[in-house]
Structure formats: structure tokens, C-alpha cells
Design a protein around this ligand. Sequence first.
Ligand code: PLP
Length: 388
Amino acid sequence: MRLAKRIEKLPPYLFVEINKKIAAKRAAGVDVVSFAIGDPDLPTPKHILDAMWKAAQVPANHRYPESDGLPEFRKAIAEWYQKRFGVTLDPDKEVLPLIGSKEGIGHIALCFIDPGDIALVPDPAYPVYAIGTMFAGGESHYLPLTAENGFLPDLDAIPQNVLKKAKVLWLNYPNNPTGAVADLKFFEKAVAFAKKHDIPICHDGPYTEIAYDGYKPVSFLQAKGAMDVGIEFHSLSKSYNMTGWRVGMAVGNAQMINALMRVKSNLDSGIPQSIQQMAIDALRGPQGCIADNVKVYQRRRDKLVPALNRLGLKVLSPKAALYLWARVPEGHTSASYAAKLIDEAGIVVTPGRGYGEHGEGYIRLSITLPDDRVDEALKRLQALKPGK
Ligand SMILES: *Cc1c(COP(=O)(O)O)cnc(C)c1O
């Protein structure tokens, strides 16, 4: 059988490979501790589950949903953006529910990219930006995120011939995998860039609620003029431990939202309504569950950062998101250090190279595993000798 070129061009999905490695170690009897995948270990809060259960009893919720979501859900999203960020959204034109934000992030390339077009994609990054671009027939031009530039892209360094063909700019703060954050000044610079070159912006912001030491991340849409040039993807996944329920949203520029809605209405039939109902209750209900989660993550972060630095890795304490982005010791690559950790300590991390060329020299640890497993990993890390 001959598959389409876009399938042949696909790199192996990062986590499929890692899962295979974990399975092999487990089969060999190793008690593996995995920091590989960013998926909250804590359960969905009970009041949110109750809303789903109640909605599931109503026969109207057993039928096809509308692909643009329940009007009440769009309203709840707009209210939440107003309350949390002071951003005003028209629930019918500037809000679009998604079957998890990944779905929209993948599909939106179809709105902007024709064959031969370019997407500006950070490196390292969440892989979906570049894959969606490739599926639509486009090419990614990578913007290096380095420690020296605070893991923010240098928009002034993009060559003129690339700018001419660029149809979209991807940004993601708080950032996966680096844990970096961006302020309004950076987003305002990005808006000015978008206006000058007529390049729309897609900002991916699922971690705005996961922040430490009292830091409060901003929304891209708070930047002056952002609504003219861009949209933001957000998600209930990380804020409310809802990765398995698949519910997120795109908000912002009406023309971009409408284009994505038209793609979606031809490909999918929306989010199950009982899940939309739970999302409504999550956004409108008590928000204390988020602060409780954050306390747990912060405690894990504060245990792991010193243990990693002692080993000769260089890792800063992130202000937000769920990841430690650690520079491996001199003489190691991402892959060789990840292999060392699994072989000498049964600890699985993601090689930074999996997120792009500029991820080389780093490993990523996700702090989404139970406390007793974090403590087990700490014990093993403390038993390792620093350096090579
Ligand atoms: C987790 C994550 C998402 C996807 O979230 P879903 O809403 O669960 O699809 C999107 N972008 C980044 C950078 C993420 O880390």
C-alpha cells in the first residue's frame, strides 16, 4: 500500500517512541519513574465531574452537538476571559469551542497555509504547529528560542524573503517545553510585527493558570491591537486536570475564528454536550482547585530543581507551566543524557531535541507525576554522582 507523502514525512510522534522505551524497561523488571509526558496526575475536581454526570442524564445531550458549541459555553468562555484578563469577547463571533485545543491548533493551518507558504514556528516547540503546517502543504521557518534571548523569538532576525511568504506566526507562553514566560511588552512587539508584515498570530496559551510564586501570566489578547491580528488557543486541560475530556477553545479575531469554524464544521461535529456542560461549570464554578494544584506542582518543582542542579544540569526555576527545562552537562547530548538517566536511575525524561534543533542540549521533565514517585526519583537522583 502506498501512503500519502504527508504520512511518510511524519516524524515518529515523540511520545510513542518514549512509551516504547518505557515498556521495554518495565518488561525487563525496572521500576521506571517517568517525567516524560505533560498530563496532570491529579483528578478532575468533583464539582466538575458532577456537572458532567448530571448533563449526561439529559437525552438532548445524547445527540449531535453543533460544531460551534453550545451558546452557553461560548458565553461562559467570554465571561471567564473578561474576569481573568479584562478581555472583552463577543461570544458568537470571537469564541470557538474546540475538541481540546490541539484539534484547533492542528486544523488552523488549513485556514492560512497554501502549498509553498511558510509558517513561523518557534524551535523548540510543541510539535503540532509544524505538523499542521506540513499537512497543509506548507513549510516551517524555525525561530530559535535560546537561553540568551529568554526563550523569546527574535522577530527582527527573520529574513525578508521568508517574511514575504510567511502566512502565520506561532507563539506559546507560558512556554512548553522551556517554561519561559512573556510579558505584555513582548506581545505588543509581536502585534506591531504582525501589522507591519500582515502576518496573523496564533498564540497558544494553555498554561496561563499554572504559575508559581504569585506570578500571574498575561493573555496575548491583552496586548493592544491583538484582536486585530490574532487569536489565542486556550484549554481546560491543564487548569482543571481535564486532559482526558478534550475541551478547549480559540478566542480573538473574528475573521480567523470564522475561518477555523468553517474548517471544523466540515470535519467534525463538536464536543459532546455533557462535556461542554462540565466545562461551563469549571469556568463559572469555584476556582480554588487551580490554586490547590499549583501548590502541589510548586512543591515538586522546588524539590527537583536543586537535585538537578547538584548533578551539573543547569535548570532555572520556572515561573509557570509544568516543565523543567534542564541544560545537560558538557560532553552530553539530549539523547545521551536521557539514556544515562534511564539506564542508571530508571528515570525517563524527554530529550529536548525532540522539540526541535534548538532543543539539543536540553532535557525536559514534566512535574505531573504523583508525589511518591517524585520522591522516589529524588532519592535516585541524589544517589547519582554529579558531572558526566
Ligand atoms: C497541553 C498542550 C496543548 C493541548 O492541550 P489540549 O487542550 O489538551 O489539546 C496545547 N499546546 C501546548 C503547548 C500544550 O502543552
